[in-house]
Design a binder for this molecule. Sequence first.
Ligand SMILES: C[S@@+](CC[C@H](N)C(=O)[O-])C[C@H]1O[C@@H](n2cnc3c(N)ncnc32)[C@H](O)[C@@H]1O
Length: 167
Amino acid sequence: MRPRVADVTAGLGRDSFVLASLGCEVQLIERVPVIQLLLADGLARAAQDPELTPIIERMELIREDSIAWLRRQAGALQRPEVVYVDPMFPHSDKSALAKKEMRLFRDLVGDDGDAELLLAAALEAAQNRVVVKRPRKAPLIPGPAPSFQLEGKSGRFDIYALKKLER
Ligand SMILES: C[S@@+](CC[C@H](N)C(=O)[O-])C[C@H]1O[C@@H](n2cnc3c(N)ncnc32)[C@H](O)[C@@H]1O
């Protein structure tokens, strides 16, 4: 059994799709209406492909601000085991800005200046861990220090381990 994941910064659902492909049940929470529409359209189209149907069936889109959603989960029975957080990062990295898709996305979404509140709500709601995706050189989201970090070529995961995952 894979963990139940809440992707509280769903965006276009790429990371969620990877997690669902690995067998996780994923709740995708997105607050920007135009991104919600794009994501819903992508999920509906993907669901028509028989190879993808079982993956898409593990993905549930929730159209809401994740801070409010997470605050409600904190007292609920079915809290997410893992909360995944990938907010926009306000940097001026030319290589990222040069990408047309990224520029358009940033214009629609803004800079997610409330990432600190989002992390705090995630830490209250998650049962087992919170995973934050950041550019490799980016500072931590203000708050408690992560338990450990995994670094890749351009990105980094800050992992806040709360309770052992029983699998
Ligand atoms: C960098 S993108 C995430 C990309 C995503 N990981 C993917 O693989 O496509 C950040 C997204 O999180 C959303 N977001 C940020 N803060 C949020 C919040 N508090 N509630 C809901 N959505 C939020 C933004 O609107 C944006 O679409």
